[in-house]
Design a protein around this ligand. Structure first.
Ligand code: ATP
Length: 468
């Protein structure tokens, strides 16, 4: 489960592999996280005396605020959600209520726990899935179901034959020795992954879409009716024909679901969200009285609604009640118009750790393009490699891209590192289009190539507003 024992230095080190600069912000999140862990080690009385300290990140858009918080959560496998303060409305108005952030956090925790539990039963589930695939690929001889058999008789027959109810839904089949040994041989091949591309028809549970009409409003109370109904009605099975490797994935999911206990997952997820959840509240600067436009629904009211959640309260979810005391909240905003002191005093008190994030310059962009583990340039190189096209970027080309990004930010809107995404997409547009037909090739992206593709657009402010 979440690795809370990492020291602040270890955390900062790991953050460094993904985020360039912003050292102060990295340090603050690492310390806040460690303090939460330290507080949990104390006796209850002491724990209550120490109020958890949340973080306020101040900085322009696209400089790494969300990225630091999200990455922090990944490093310690903690549940994480990002919400926008402006999307919430005061209690009593139509819109999302603030408690939905807690319910979203729990959903995220469920996914984390489920993934972990499923991986624990993976080999067992895979074997069961391969058995089902072998059965589908080497079917037995179907026997006609006896007519006029009443349900009681059917149950008794099943019982006598030691069948499970789900097996009983399928028509009975007769197995000859030949089918049996054929099935076993297929099963063994399946285990080795030999038949992965063969087509197979399997019965899968029909996916039920949620009914938004039914849930609207009830969601606010943590009630999901379609979920409740789907528990009551048996799942409908439908036939699907698809390659073995895809069918196996579906069946492994189904079989894993049968091997784990849902109630355990739910309670573990609640505990996980309570003890190590991280909630990132963006645009907090936009819910101050200063940023309000006249005639608008009070935005400050949203702060009043957020307050009890940040202070520690109980929120009901469909998996049970959750106490919010130990959740780490990271609020963020540019604070161009308003100041942190425009937040209601109680909320200011709950976000005592303030960090400012710096604007990014062209040198930062060079590093962002090539250094992080998931650097953009690395992503495109990997994507094109799947087409056997090997792309390299010269040092000068990367500097040129960084400079163009910086200039476009300066001359139009400053969207921080997000500008690199749009610029690279435009730069590599033709290459991405042609790559599939190139059949092996080596391409070097040079400064001249960048100039050729981007300079005209970058020089024209109106054009770059639309394209870059
Ligand atoms: N310092 C950085 N190092 C590496 N990548 C960065 C950095 N800053 C931003 N990025 C990249 O830019 C994108 C946007 O950054 P992020 O989501 O963190 O913005 P933000 O500061 O939270 O802005 P907003 O408040 O508008 O959400 C991300 O894809 C991220 O990878």
């Amino acid at each position: 489960m979440p690795n809370q024992e990492k020291t602040p230095k270890e955390i900062v080190n790991e953050l460094d592999s993904y985020i360039i600069g912003q050292d102060q912000a990295k340090k603050s999140v690492a310390v806040a996280l460690r303090n939460r862990y330290r507080r949990l080690q104390l006796d209850e009385k002491m724990q209550q005396d120490i109020t958890p300290k949340n973080i306020l990140m101040i900085g322009p858009t696209g400089v790494g605020k969300t990225e630091i918080a999200r990455r922090l959560a990944t490093i310690i496998s903690a549940p994480f959600v990002k919400v926008e303060a402006t999307k919430f409305t005061e209690v009593g108005y139509v819109g999302r209520d603030v408690e939905s952030m807690i319910r979203d956090l729990v959903e995220n925790a469920i996914q984390i726990v489920k993934k972990e539990r499923y991986s624990g039963v993976y080999s067992q589930a895979e074997k069961k899935a391969n058995r089902r695939l072998a059965k589908a690929l080497a079917p037995g001889i179907k026997k006609e179901k006896r007519k006029n058999q009443n349900p009681y008789e059917q149950m008794m027959n099943m019982f006598n034959q030691g069948q499970q109810p789900e097996e009983a839904e399928e028509p009975e089949e007769e197995l000859t020795d030949e089918i049996r040994s054929n099935r076993q041989a297929i099963f063994e091949q399946l285990q080795k992954g030999v038949l992965d591309n063969r087509e197979v028809t399997i019965q899968v549970e029909e996916e039920k879409g949620q009914n938004p009409m039914m849930n609207n409003g009830l969601e606010q109370m943590g009630i999901d009716l379609s979920d409740a109904f789907s528990q009551l009605t048996p799942k409908k099975k439908i036939d699907r024909t698809l390659p073995v490797k895809d069918a196996r994935e579906i069946l492994i999911q189904e079989e894993s679901g049968k091997l784990v206990n849902d109630a355990d997952i739910h309670s573990e997820a609640l505990h996980l969200a309570e003890s190590s959840g991280i909630i990132f509240i963006d645009e907090i600067d936009k819910v101050t009285a200063k940023s309000e436009q006249s005639g608008e629904v009070s935005r400050e009211g949203v702060q009043r609604d957020i307050l009890p959640i940040v202070e520690g309260s109980q929120v009901n979810t469909k998996y049970g009640a959750l106490q919010t005391d130990h959740i780490l909240f990271i609020a963020s905003g540019a604070f161009h118009v308003s100041k942190p002191s425009d937040l209601i005093p109680e909320l200011q008190g709950r976000f005592p750790i303030r960090v400012e994030l710096n604007d990014l310059n062209a040198d930062d962009f060079v590093k962002i393009l090539k250094e992080p583990n998931n650097a953009l340039v690395k992503q495109y190189v990997a994507l094109l490699e799947t087409e056997n096209v090997s792309v390299t970027f010269t040092k000068e080309a990367i500097e040129k891209i960084a400079n163009i990004a910086f200039e476009v930010n300066r001359d139009t809107d400053n969207i921080g590192a997000r500008r690199l995404h749009t610029i690279l997409e435009k730069l590599l547009e033709d290459l991405l289009f042609e790559a599939s037909d190139m059949q092996m090739g080596e391409i070097s992206v040079t400064e001249a190539y960048v100039e050729d593709k981007l300079s005209d657009i970058a020089k024209n402010k109106d054009l770059s507003r639309y394209i870059l």
